[in-house]
Design a protein around this ligand. Structure first.
Ligand SMILES: Cc1cc2nc3c(=O)[nH]c(=O)nc-3n(C[C@H](O)[C@H](O)[C@H](O)COP(=O)(O)O)c2cc1C
Length: 499
């Protein structure tokens, strides 16, 4: 490319409509007008960046070479004039850099809440809003933590607890802890290496990672970063185009993924208002021009913008089709009722995750922990328990080994952790995830010793008192560590706010 292919920012800015849409990604200018309607995330999201540098928005969501390898060469218009990308740092960027430099040393992290506090400082406002937000009043988000405070231990004594082993198998795969890394989308919003931070740390510590459909890194990048004996699971959002889903699932199986977690609680993405509000802030005046031309709504937030491909027609009748395209164990992620748990068992899947999606979907849904008690009782009426062919997992609000031990005592096979690891790598990259796993491992060892359990097999329902689990109203002690980082909705900033 000769010097003539340098394109000034002002020229790119003139192509900011559906009729002519140019964007800058990694300093290159692309004409994506003809591609707008083919974009899996919809054209609206691209039009937000029409005529502008879209790198920051593109990067967390797409594999690096996606645009350059998918657009025909004649649509690679040229190189953005340096002034287009070398804008001065915003006040938020400067503040973030400073906070990153002033992070406490990793050794000062004593629990998973500490990572959340650091992440809150170092994440961009948009990333924090996307990661921390939950649906509507965020009742379910808070309940996920509160439920654990209503279950108490009844430890056993004098059992020679010299050596403790918290290892287990999850869906036939070895795991050093009864915890797996649950799928959380868009890892690069938190750290340039995104999900690879999790993959590498999980390999080192023998923990299983669930790869999200909406990962920032490509599926293959993640698998390529894994070690030969490392077990990976796959989280699936089912596409309206079943051929796309089939290809994706079969590719994953070929690459050695060990289980398929189909997300069943997200036929539409929940209304996460912090996330929606942040989008409004960032669009600023520029969005007004585009809005007139394309009908963009400014209130979608990241989550909704990227999820338009998800098929809301997914139903029980589709389960045999999934069975026909893969021999991986199939687990339904996002089950809440005993009726559905029994239907899942009868449908022949290998397990369920009792989850309210970290409070991000249907607000006011009960916690997985509370549902666990009813669901285990229901499953006991349908055959042997524990059932070696049907695993019950739970997630939501797990931040301590003690949380996991309570869930296991009540019948869970293992528990998923989402935000805990997400915040760990947002704050400290791979080192953060490693430290988080070490903290959990130490917590398991101590809690199991004090409970009188040498192995997880020795945990039993009579080691917990769950009689208060159904008590919801105001009787729970304040969790001040968690409350210190919880961000009330009213403090979320809107564009004109001076808060
Ligand atoms: C930022 C974020 C993104 C998530 N993305 C997905 C996703 O793409 N697919 C999915 O099935 N669950 C997703 N989840 C839900 C998690 O898998 C898990 O159910 C939840 O985070 C557990 O709650 P916790 O964050 O309190 O541990 C996401 C959660 C968060 C916080």
């Amino acid at each position: 490319m000769g010097p003539a292919s340098f394109i000034p920012e002002q020229v790119v800015a003139q192509h900011a409509s559906r009729e002519s849409c140019w964007i800058i990604v990694h300093n290159k200018v692309y004409d994506i007008t003809d591609f707008l309607d083919e974009h899996p995330g919809g054209s609206k999201i691209i039009l937000r960046y029409a005529g502008k540098d879209a790198t920051a928005a593109y990067e967390p969501i797409h594999p690096p070479d996606m645009i350059s390898s998918n657009l025909p060469p004649e649509k690679h218009i040229g190189i953005a004039e340096p002034s287009a990308s070398k804008r001065p740092k915003t006040a938020e960027e400067k503040k973030r850099e400073l906070t990153l430099a002033l992070r406490p040393p990793l050794d000062e992290m004593l629990n998973l809440h500490d990572f959340e506090a650091v992440a809150k400082g170092v994440l961009t406002e948009k990333a924090w809003a996307y990661y921390s937000s939950a649906a509507e009043e965020e009742f379910s988000l808070r309940e996920n933590r509160a439920a654990y405070q209503r279950v108490w231990f009844l430890p056993r004594i004098l059992r020679d607890v010299t050596s403790i082993d918290p290892s287990t198998t999850i869906l036939g795969q070895k795991s050093s802890l009864p915890i797996y890394i649950s799928a959380t989308a868009l890892g690069k919003l938190g750290h340039p290496d995104g999900e690879l931070n999790l993959t590498r740390a999980a390999a080192k510590y023998g923990v299983i990672q669930m790869i999200p459909t909406l990962a920032s890194c490509s599926f293959d990048e993640i698998v390529d970063a894994s070690q030969p004996n490392q077990s990976l699971f796959l989280q699936l959002y089912v596409s309206r185009d079943r051929e796309v889903t089939k290809k994706y699932v079969q590719h994953a199986e070929k690459r050695g993924v060990k289980a398929l977690f189909i997300t069943v609680d997200a036929p539409q993405l929940g209304r996460r208002e912090k996330d929606m509000r942040m989008k409004f802030v960032d669009d600023g005046a520029g969005a007004k021009v585009q809005e007139g031309q394309s009908g963009i709504k400014k209130d979608q937030g990241i989550a909704r913008a990227i999820s338009s491909f998800i098929d809301p027609s997914l139903a029980w009748k589709d389960i045999p089709w999934f069975r026909s395209i893969t021999s991986m164990p199939i687990i339904l992620k996002g089950v809440a009722s005993p009726q559905d748990a029994i239907m899942a068992l009868e449908a022949g899947v290998q397990g369920i995750v009792l989850s309210n999606h970290g409070g991000r979907q249907l607000d006011n849904s009960r916690s997985g922990l509370e549902n666990l008690v009813d669901i285990v009782a229901a499953l006991k009426t349908r055959g042997p328990w524990p059932n070696p062919k049907f695993s019950v997992f739970i997630d939501g609000g797990v931040r301590r080994a003690s949380d996991a031990l309570k869930a296991l005592a009540l019948g869970a096979s293992a528990v998923g952790v989402g935000r805990g690891f997400l915040y760990a790598f947002s704050a400290y990259g791979q080192d953060g995830v490693e430290k988080a796993i070490e903290i959990l491992r130490d917590e398991f060892e101590m809690n199991m010793r004090l409970l009188g359990c040498r192995t997880l097999g020795e945990l039993s329902p009579d080691m917990v008192d769950a009689s208060a689990l159904r008590t919801h109203a105001g009787l729970v002690p304040q969790d001040s560590l968690y409350a210190a980082t919880y961000q009330p909705l009213r403090l979320a900033q809107s564009k004109d706010s001076k808060l």
